[in-house]
Write a protein that binds this ligand. Structure first.
Ligand code: NAD
Ligand code: WQD
Length: 342
């Protein structure tokens, strides 16, 4: 079975993808500098799959170390590149931190595979669409001017990948544009580990419910949506993880048209902030304390994906709904209360 390099593999989406890769029979090599994750995740993955992934603590911004690692692993046939900084607000405060990390890591990785055949799956984001003119948004929709340096790193990274795969036919690149990943593995042994006050809705909900935070603020109820709160396409992280396997299979079976493809990865269904709160309460039986506050700067009003391309061409479809997302996120929050991570 082929060997897959997972950068950022101890992170939130990376760890779930490592589990799915191992379950599918792949050998996995993780590279992570543990900037936003814990080494303990390796033991958690091992507990789920019974197989410890190979791990290298390495900063992908270190070109020599990255090139050396790839050279020493000639049997790596595919890369799933998760490693990046991802906090939208922080990227506005510290743009260079984002441009440096997200670009240098990508460029070093591509450099390390020069002259070698490689299947490359990139973590992109629905953030590239901004507020789309038409919903659901398709992969053909124009990319809007980025609202943040973080969003800009995803747009430019896609351009870099188009150009590099255009110039070198040995790079087979699939960019997955994730909508809003939430939830945790059904074992509750891995999940999202936000550092500090969570900026994202679902980790804030679970931390508020467990008493770690105060009431939730709904950022605006005066949008032009059915209940006035913003609408997003929330996707279970395990469904999202499986989409990466489908992308790799497409590359391995040489089914790609050309060397660069983009897929939306969502459920195709929009849910409002108030619906998410209700789904959490109904699926867990835990009452939430929330209040309506002002709009958050930079938020788009509503976005959900047209996921028919992924269904038709990747043969992948999200299977889990909001209830599974909320229940699993809540089980994980309870798990980390009992088993705190370093
Ligand atoms: P995460 O922070 O949990 O995981 C990223 C991992 O990469 C972390 O473990 C971090 O330590 C590591 N890392 C960062 N820079 C590195 C470097 N220079 N060298 C080595 N390791 C490095 O984030 P996540 O939520 O799992 O996101 C994974 C990817 O998906 C990111 O590229 C992110 O931009 C993208 N994405 C995330 C979301 C989301 O809402 N979580 C949505 C769309 C796209
Ligand atoms: C969801 C909804 C908020 C917190 C971000 C990035 C995006 C992508 C996914 C990486 C919004 C509302 C939130 C709260 C709230 N990441 N909200 N109260 O903003 O859709 O997307 O993560 O690529 O690039 O921008 O996700 O979870 O922050 O917000 O009312 O305390 O919840 O206004 O409508 P977002 P989110």
């Amino acid at each position: 079975m082929s060997k897959i390099l997972v950068t950022g593999g101890t992170g939130y989406i990376g760890s779930h993808t490592v589990v799915e890769l191992q379950n599918a029979g792949y050998d996995v090599v993780i590279v992570d500098n543990l900037d936003n994750s814990s080494i303990q995740i390796l033991d958690q993955i091992t507990e789920i799959t019974g197989k410890k992934p190979e791990f290298y603590e390495l900063d992908l911004c270190d070109e020599a170390a990255t090139v050396d690692l790839i050279a020493k692993n000639p049997d790596i046939s595919g890369v799933i590149h998760f490693a990046a900084h991802k906090a939208v607000g922080e990227s506005v405060q510290k743009p260079l931190k984002y441009y440096r990390n997200n670009f240098f890591s990508l460029i070093n990785l591509l450099t390390a595979f020069a002259g070698r055949e490689v299947n490359f799956v990139f973590s992109s984001s629905c953030t590239v669409y901004g507020q789309p003119d038409k919903l659901p948004v398709t992969e053909e929709a124009p990319v809007k001017r980025a609202e943040s340096p973080y969003g800009n790193t995803k747009q430019i990274a896609e351009e870099i990948l188009v150009e590099v795969s255009g110039a070198n036919s040995n790079y087979h690149v699939i960019s997955l544009r994730y909508f809003n990943p939430v939830g945790a593995h059904e074992s509750a042994l891995i999940g999202e580990l936000p550092i500090g006050v969570p900026q994202n809705l679902v980790p804030f909900i679970t931390q508020s419910a467990i008493g770690k935070r105060g009431p939730i603020t709904v950022f605006g109820d005066d949008y032009n949506t059915p209940d006035g709160s913003c609408v997003r396409d929330y996707i279970h992280v395990v469904d999202l993880a499986k989409a990466h396997i489908a992308a790799l299979r497409r590359q391995e079976e040489a089914k790609m048209s050309g060397n660069f493809e983009i897929f939306n990865i969502g459920t195709g269904k929009g849910s409002s902030v108030l619906e998410v709160i209700k789904a959490f309460e109904e699926s867990t039986g835990v009452k939430l304390d929330y209040k309506i506050g002002p709009r958050r700067a930079g938020d788009v009003e509503q976005v959900w994906g047209d996921v028919s391309k992924a269904e038709n061409e990747l043969g992948w479809k999200a299977e889990l709904g909001l209830e599974d997302m909320m229940k699993s996120a809540w089980a994980w929050e309870n798990y980390i209360k009992e088993h705190p991570f370093n």
